[in-house]
Structures are given as C-alpha cells and as structure tokens.
Design a protein around this ligand. Structure first.
Ligand code: PHE
Length: 419
C-alpha cells in the first residue's frame, strides 16, 4: 500500500460529504469572515502567481519550466489563499481548537506552552523536502507526476505537511504543530478539489524525558545496538522505549479527539499501516454516520530521519491530521442536530469594473440581471444560508448578520445594494 492511497480515499470522502454540507459551511464562512482575501496572501502584498511560457513565478520566486512542470493556472490561483489563517473560517476554527488543546495540555515549568505552532510556511517546497527528507525513495508511487503538482524537477506544491518535519527538527524544535494547505492531483475525478489542509504534530523525547516517570527509569535506554527490525519496532530502538512513545502518541491523540468532540464523542479505533517515515505506523479511524473514517496517520519517527536532522540522540512521534476530514465529522455532528436553516438573498449592482463573480465568496449565484436601460449596469443576487451551530437561529439574529454582510459588501467590493 502506498501512503498516499489513504489520502486519496480521504479526498473522495471529503468531497462527497463537503458537498452534502457545503451550504452550511459556506454560510458559516461568509457570516463570520464576510469577505475573502484576494490575491496570494492575507496581507495582500504578495503578487499573484504568474505563469508564462518558460517560467512560473510564485511568491516572487521564478521557477524555470522543465519536463516535470504540471501545475496549472487554476491550481496556482488557489496557492496562498490560506483558509486555515482566515479568522472564523471552519478550518481556522479547528486549527485554533487544536492549538488551544496543545497549549493547555503541555505547559512548561514557567507556564510557557511547550508546542510551537507554525502555520505560515510556504506550500512551495523542494521535491527533496516532500520526499527524500522523509526517506521516500525516488521510485515510490507517491512521487508520480500524475499524483503531484510539480513547478519543475526541483520544486513542487507540498503533498503533505510532513514535508517540513526535517527542517523544523533541524532548527532545534522538540515539540511543534504545523498547519498548511497541501496539494494532490486527483486524476480519477477531475471535479475533486485537489487542495486540502493538514495539521502535523511532532514530539521528541530524550532518554531522560521518556523514562522520567518509570521506576528505576535511569537504567532504561532508548537505543540498543544489535537490535532487529520487527513489526513492533525499528532496529535501533528498545521495545520498552517504543511502547512508551507509542502510548504517549495514542494518548495525546485520544485526548485531542475528546477535547474536539466533547463528551458524546464518536468512537475511535487504531489500525496498523505503513508510512516510509514512521515505524510502527498507525491510522486513527473515527466512527461517522455508520462508517469508519480515516482521520489521521501517525507513528514512531524513523530514527534515520532524526539522525539526518541532527537529533539522533532522541526518539519521537509524528502525526498528520486531515483538517477537512475533521471538520466533516465535527460539523456533520452539528449538522445532524438539524438546527433549522434560514435563507436570505443579497442583491447588488456591480461596479463598472473590478468585480469578479467569485469575489463574493463562492456562494450560489441565484440571479443575474442587466438593467434594460443602462446596458452596463449588472446586478447579482446571492443566496446566503444561515444556521446556528448549537441552536435555532432567530430571524432577528440573521437580519443583523445579513445587514453587516450587505454593508461590508458595499464598502469592500464597491457594489451598490438593491434592497
Ligand atoms: N503525511 C502523511 C499523509 O499525508 C500522514 C503522516 C504524518 C503519517 C506523520 C505519519 C506521520 O498521509
């Protein structure tokens, strides 16, 4: 099994369920965020990617095209939209919940959070980061051109947040979370959105940290010299160290799920699996609407990776969690409570220039109208669907939000309301 298969099924599920819930999702995104950031980054200062006959420019770096180039203008237009960094977007909300849990659960002696959080690393990475740094061999099926977006033979859009593991460990970090957009080509069905989001977590242990709570722990060791690789462990690790790291990993993730899902949580189960950069490796599956859904991949980090990152005296765990997948279960649960939906349309005259349809988020455009007398004046009508996450939303509450959206539309998009 290739490790990307997992996420391709992930992608299929994700799209199916997203579309079932998309009205809700879109209305939530609009009611809180109001308007999308345009262009490449949230600060609006980065130029849009440029795609020309012989090069591709992203984030002000020019990448010459070659035989590997397969990014399209369409996919490049999504690079940098950073949904996970847009306040109140569902993906941002989940990221914040996860951060919050780790900040509260892992506190240093002086009250400082032990996990650092990185959510602004460029999705353009070296092919070496995405694969080689994770011990994924060149002939591994996950490297195939048809499955990835290559800028050229040296750079690509990251296919997973694991691409940053090695650089962050090398920079001296022992505990970190990292969130980001990831890109995978999905040839099976071109309707699928090839962009999704992941949250990566890494925790390293020194000999002392791992065995500190074990009686006579100072007699135990992380490593053994003449060991063998078995289904349970790597050749360099002692079985007792692996079991403790594995226990800590599973406990950390079980606690995280409990924090996210609350008391009436969905059942979870662990399934053995394979990743080139962890051993042993597991998937966590969550029960959702009668199915078991893969939620994340994780495992004990390959020691060779840690050695090459300058942390060969430590052992570690890593996980990679699909944020859309988690959103689906979390919000699907709320969705199934069937809080009533409220609808309200928003209509406005467009400015003569400088407006494109998807400026108004990607809400359903229900009507277009050109004024019979003034040929140039076009109006658009969008339907906004509202639902409160925990209870019935009242008409009055909806009107307040709707009014705020109308005002913000006039101000930010220079449209003129038709109310
Ligand atoms: N990067 C893997 C994926 O995208 C998930 C993973 C992360 C697995 C970290 C193990 C450790 O499928």
């Amino acid at each position: 099994m290739t490790f990307f298969n997992i996420s391709q099924t992930f992608l299929k599920h994700r799209v199916r369920h997203w579309s079932a819930n998309c009205q809700w999702t879109r209305s939530l995104a609009v009611s809180h965020t109001l308007f999308p950031c345009r262009g490449l980054s949230t600060d609006g200062s980065t130029p849009r990617p440029q795609i020309s006959e012989d090069s591709i420019e992203v984030f002000s770096h020019v990448h010459p095209r070659d035989d590997m180039t397969n990014v399209t203008a369409k996919i490049l237009s999504t690079v940098g939209s950073q949904l996970h960094n847009r306040p109140h977007h569902p993906l941002w909300l989940i990221k914040e919940h996860i951060k919050d849990h780790f900040y509260r659960s892992y506190i240093g002696r002086t009250g400082n959070p032990l996990f650092s959080v990185h959510d602004n690393l460029s999705p353009v990475v070296m092919v070496e980061q995405n694969f080689d740094s994770l011990l994924i061999p060149p002939d591994h099926p996950s490297q195939k051109k048809v499955d990835n977006y290559y800028l050229n033979c040296t750079h690509m859009l990251r296919a997973h947040t694991s691409a940053h593991q090695k650089e962050l460990v090398r920079s001296g970090l022992d505990r970190f979370l990292l969130a980001g957009d990831v890109y995978r080509r999905d040839e099976i069905d071109s309707d699928h959105n090839p962009v999704f989001h992941q949250m990566e977590g890494v925790r390293l242990f020194s000999n002392h940290e791992l065995f500190a709570r074990v009686k006579n722990g100072e007699e135990l060791s992380l490593f053994e010299s003449a060991g063998r690789r078995t289904p349970q462990k790597q050749e360099t690790h002692t079985l007792e160290a692996v079991k403790l790291v594995e226990f800590d990993l599973k406990q950390a993730l079980t606690h995280l799920m409990r924090h996210l899902f609350g008391e009436d949580r969905n059942p979870i189960r662990w399934v053995d699996c394979y990743f080139p950069f962890t051993h042993p490796s597991f998937e966590m599956e969550v029960r959702f609407q009668g199915d078991w859904l893969e939620m994340l991949g994780c495992g004990v980090m390959e020691q060779e990776l840690l050695c090459s990152a300058g942390a060969g005296n430590k052992m570690g765990w890593a996980f990679g969690l699909g944020l859309e997948r988690l959103a689906m279960v979390l919000f699907g649960k709320i969705y199934s409570l069937s809080n009533p939906l409220l609808f309200s349309d928003i209509s406005f005259w467009l400015p003569a220039e400088g407006y494109t349809e998807n400026d108004f988020y990607d809400l359903e455009l229900v009507d277009k109208f050109t004024h019979p007398k003034k040929e140039i004046q076009m109006s658009h009508c969008y339907r906004v669907v509202y639902r409160h996450m925990e209870r019935t939303l009242t008409q009055e509450e909806m009107h307040i939000i709707h009014g705020a959206i109308e005002q913000a539309a006039e101000k930010e998009l220079r449209v003129q309301g038709r109310y």
